[in-house]
Design a binder for this molecule. Structure first.
Ligand code: BEZ
Length: 259
């Protein structure tokens, strides 16, 4: 799910793990909010290559990681052979046993069907169980998205926003969805988190190739490079500092309790 098959992306799990490690490194802060206990059962929803699943397991909690991308689950299992991982779709998964907490880092912005995801989470939690998540919130990567639209329009795309696979809700929009399904939202925060993209000059191009696949479908390599170069040119004054690119991430964090 961490980068799901919903947009038919095929995730390069090694590239994801090695060059985009910030995705799970930043997630360590969310673990403090989760605060797992040794007698608990926890679901890691969209486990990617499993690093945060393993951190949850260090607390002694029984944890299962699920992800819709086969490549990610394989890599996670290879990394942590003693832990449980499974392929599952966040919009319609059913666990054999309910859990005390559902944890999800940097995944839910890939799934616009938020009501279905919340319903699956609701079904998997015990009464009093908690849902802890962080993902892209309203305004996330706004300048990258705008620059992509502009570059695609220049090569003849009509209405490039139709290619946008992401869901970046506001606090009120997301809290209303949770409350509608009976959750009590006990914490929420929307914050700006400029994020260093690894590999110096190539940082933004790598990020676009890893995560922006939906915008490049059907384009030739030449066109893809043209779009990437155009995006770089537009964003250099804003997102490039002292030899490094920074993505204009804005995160939403939520904690909600199943009543
Ligand atoms: C994010 O983590 O906010 C994100 C990552 C890839 C694409 C879009 C958003």
């Amino acid at each position: 799910m961490n980068k799901t098959s919903i947009s038919n992306n095929h995730w390069n799990s090694s590239l994801y793990q090695d060059k985009h490690a910030f995705v799970w490194k930043y997630g360590e802060n969310l673990l403090e909010i989760l605060n797992p206990k040794s007698n608990e059962k926890v679901l890691d929803l969209g486990c990617g290559t499993g690093q945060l699943t393993a951190k949850i397991a260090e607390s002694g909690a029984e944890v299962i990681g699920i992800d819709s991308a086969n490549e990610m689950v394989e890599k996670a299992q290879q990394n942590y052979p003693k832990l449980k991982f499974q392929i599952a779709d966040a919009r319609k998964f059913k666990l054999p046993q309910s859990v005390d907490a559902v944890f999800s880092n940097a995944v839910l912005h890939w799934i616009p069907q938020a009501d279905d995801v919340i319903n699956s989470i609701n079904q998997s939690l015990n009464i009093g169980g908690r849902f802890i998540a962080e993902f892209g919130g309203k305004g996330n990567i706004e300048s990258i998205v705008k620059a992509l639209y502009k570059a695609l329009e220049k090569i003849g795309f009509d209405n490039p926003s139709r290619l946008n696979p992401w869901y970046f809700p506001s606090i009120s929009e997301y809290a209303a969805k949770l409350e509608k399904q009976g959750f009590e939202v006990t914490y929420s925060n929307l914050y700006y988190r400029p994020t260093l993209l690894q590999d110096e000059d190539a940082g933004l191009a790598n990020w676009l190739k890893m995560f922006g696949g939906n915008f490049f479908k059907g384009l030739s390599n030449k066109e893809i490079n043209q779009v990437i170069q155009d995006v770089e040119k537009q964003l250099k004054p804003k997102l490039y500092q002292e030899g490094n690119w920074f993505a204009d991430y804005r995160r939403i964090q939520v904690k909600a309790i199943k009543k």
